[in-house]
Design a binder for this molecule. Structure first.
Ligand SMILES: Cc1cc2nc3c(=O)[nH]c(=O)nc-3n(C[C@H](O)[C@H](O)[C@H](O)COP(=O)(O)O)c2cc1C
Length: 355
């Protein structure tokens, strides 16, 4: 393990990691290799489980535990048909943190908390933060609109202070962070740490194929599209995304059915399971079946780029930070640099204060 402890925040105390830096759960990207590298570097690495079957998740958890004794987390989809089984797995394996892409229900939070697992749901609006905090979430991850993947419209600079003021639990800031100044700024807003996706995707330790990393390094433009799975999704602008944006309703649906069928073949999931997941996804939301099918699309489209190395065939989720990232550091260098630069930035501001 590397890097001296520089900050002691409610986030480091809650999760037991050395630095207030979290690597978020990114489908197909945040596997055992990246998570172990982050954990060993003193950050909180989080396995992405939405794109794993239950046995794959079990194997990934064991793989991380074999490689590091440091704490780590698992990102769960609260609306997955087998969410309760996944929660049981985390409890059995003694995983330190459960993060959630969408707010989990109270039952899941209770089950995890009873077992001592730290619960950190992602939120994109103040009322969601208030709701999950009232249900007992230990901290919230606030993602502003700059962030990659599913994202909202409100910028981190506006969302973060609102939520810091609204809840008593520690707040982790996400969306647009990539360096030490960002960590210093997040702490100044009252956050307890930062979480980053795009920055960790672009490290030497991430398993994303080199050809795809090169596309990200050269890219400067992201777009928010609903054409991937019906929800606003920030991705790299590409020919494929422009095509999806232009395609009509029916050709979009045909594309969705085709991709869902291909995903079923690769994932080994049954149609019954896909439809059960789709039903769960629709519950409480205004999603049509066409949108649910499009949602089944997403894992396939992300996989084509992130695993198969085909940026031409896949969708590449990305935050706006991609425009200012031009290197592939190791996670150890990245995290050590971020905390050292954040400390320097804070000291420089302090020195500039008129007394
Ligand atoms: C390639 C990629 C895949 C992602 N997949 C997921 C996911 O499966 N679940 C999730 O909760 N968030 C996912 N996200 C969102 C990130 O976890 C994170 O909240 C976001 O990247 C933070 O913004 P940043 O990219 O500006 O750091 C993904 C983001 C990216 C870039």
């Amino acid at each position: 393990m590397t890097g001296d402890r520089v900050f002691d925040t409610p986030f480091t105390r809650l999760t037991g990691v050395r630095h207030p830096v979290m690597q978020t759960g990114m489908g197909w990207v945040a596997g055992p290799r990246l998570v172990t590298a982050v954990a060993e570097a003193g950050g909180l690495g989080v396995l992405a489980s939405a794109t794993m079957t239950l046995p794959e998740l079990a194997a990934a958890v064991r793989a991380v535990k074999e490689r590091t004794d440091a704490p780590f987390g698992v990102n769960l989809r609260a609306d997955a048909g087998d969410a309760a089984d996944r929660v049981d797995l985390l409890v059995r394996e003694g995983v330190r943190v459960a993060s959630f892409a969408l707010a989990p229900d109270r039952g899941l939070i209770d089950r995890l908390k009873d077992a001592g697992v730290v619960v950190i749901p992602s939120v994109g609006a103040r009322r969601h933060a208030e709701k999950v905090a009232a249900w007992g979430a230990d901290a919230v991850l606030v993602q502003g609109g700059e962030g990659g993947g599913h994202t909202g419209q409100v910028a981190t600079t506006l969302l973060l202070p609102q939520i810091v003021d609204a809840v008593d639990v520690p707040v982790v800031a996400a969306g647009g962070f990539f360096d030490g100044r960002g960590l210093a700024a997040a702490l100044a807003y009252g956050a307890a740490g930062v979480a980053m996706g795009t920055r960790f995707l672009l490290t030497a330790d991430s398993s994303v194929p080199d050809a795809v990393k090169r596309v990200y390094l050269e890219a400067s433009q992201t777009v928010v599209t609903r054409r991937v799975d019906g929800m606003p999704h920030r991705v790299l602008r590409s020919g494929l995304v422009d095509g999806l944006e232009r395609s009509g309703r029916w050709s979009g649906l045909v594309r969705a059915v085709r991709s869902a069928a291909a995903f079923r073949r690769i994932s080994g999931l049954t149609w019954r399971r896909i439809i059960a997941d789709g039903r769960a996804m629709r519950r409480g939301r205004e999603l049509s079946w066409a949108q649910v099918l499009m949602a089944a699309n997403t894992p396939m489209l992300l996989r084509a780029a992130m695993v198969d190395g085909r940026p031409d065939l896949g969708v590449m989720a990305s935050g706006q930070a991609v425009a200012v990232i031009d290197d592939l550091p190791t996670c150890a260098d990245l995290i050590a640099g971020i905390v050292a630069d954040a400390a320097k930035a804070i000291a420089a501001q302090h020195a500039a204060l008129l007394r």
